[in-house]
Design a protein around this ligand. Structure first.
Ligand code: NAP
Length: 297
């Protein structure tokens, strides 16, 4: 199998910490439904393969019910802790964030995570004070050293505005579903303006879940131009907008191929071309129970 000897570059977060530009997630494909089920060796092996190939940014969450698997893989790979970037998120135990981070760290077998995220704002049901209170709890986690950086996930402008009103530490990252068919209007520009990094989950949606849509042609022709796969064009479309893609795969060759994103760059016109064509279509893969079918926010 051809292997690329490429190390994944970092971006600097607003708090000064570094984050590897592309992340490997253990949600979706690797999530468990039963927390008490035996450890999923395939998930452990998936993470180990990702690290072997060169991934250092690992994205987990308490709700994926596989923090123990992620922790076991981290232990097995035997890479100095400071060379890994580990994220987890709080949702199930949002009522008690201090207890939630302790439990996550115990399952991960770690003293700290690099990034701790509020998994979604929807627990608050639009209650500004509830969001502000939980963000204050997150700031305490950061102050305790149990998370180097703190952030949010699935937050839209009103949720971020609520948090920023009272925040002492601004969210370093907002992890959102982001791909050509879900660009959220001016949300990206809002993040740039507020100096919050965006990470993108489900970045491959146009070729995985919404195949046959209008960007297929341009993505395929750019893949030919740069001699890469369509998935790599979609990852690059994120990176060229300073968005950090979080992907996953059980396929070693595919993971290794993803690192080719650091061998080419889309031109601003190509990025814009994908965005414009993507905007003619709408597809949301996650949290569909929260949004109306045509809601592009
Ligand atoms: N914060 C949130 O609410 C939230 C929500 C969802 C996800 N996430 C995070 O984001 C991570 C990535 O999410 P995602 O899985 O949606 O990412 P994605 O990058 O859009 O999709 C990855 C999936 O696409 C498949 N795939 C890749 N190329 C393919 C191809 N050419 N043909 C067919 N299938 C292909 C992979 O399967 P193979 O194994 O076959 O390669 C893998 O299962 C998750 O693991 C999780 O950590 C967060």
């Amino acid at each position: 199998m051809a292997k690329l000897d490429i190390s994944i570059p970092d971006l600097t977060l607003p708090d000064g910490n570094k984050i590897p530009i592309i992340g490997y997630g253990v949600g979706t494909a690797w999530s468990k439904t039963d927390e008490n089920a035996p450890k999923d060796q395939k998930c452990i092996d998936g993470v180990k393969t990702a690290v072997k190939v060169g991934f250092r940014h690992l994205d987990g969450a308490e709700v994926y019910k596989n923090e123990e698997e992620l922790g076991a893989a981290i232990k097995d790979v035997n890479i100095p802790r400071e060379q890994l970037f580990v994220t987890t998120k709080v949702m199930t135990n949002i009522d008690d964030i201090p207890a939630a981070i302790d439990l996550s760290l115990k399952k991960l077998g770690l003293d700290y995570v690099d990034l701790y995220l509020i998994h979604s704002p929807f627990f608050a049901d639009g209650d500004k004070k509830a969001l502000q209170q939980k963000w204050a709890d997150m700031e305490k986690v950061a102050a305790s050293g149990k998370a180097k950086s703190i952030g949010v996930s699935n937050f839209l402008k009103p949720h971020l505005e609520a948090v920023l009103e009272t925040a002492k530490v601004r969210p370093a990252v907002n992890q959102i579903e982001f791909h050509p068919y879900l660009q959220h209007g001016d949300l990206l520009a809002y993040h740039k303006n507020k100096d919050i990094r965006v990470s993108a989950y489900a970045p491959l949606t146009p070729i995985v879940r919404a195949k046959g849509g209008p960007v297929d042609g341009i993505v395929e022709s750019l893949a030919k131009k740069y001699a890469v796969n369509p998935g790599e064009v979609l990852l690059r479309w994120c990176i060229d907008q300073d968005v950090l893609p979080i992907t996953t795969s059980s396929n070693e060759q595919r993971l290794s191929d993803y690192l080719r994103v650091f061998t080419f760059k889309l031109t601003p016109k190509e990025v814009e071309g994908i965005s414009e064509i993507g905007n003619t279509h709408h597809y949301r893969a996650f949290w569909t129970h929260v949004f109306d079918a045509e809601d592009r926010s």
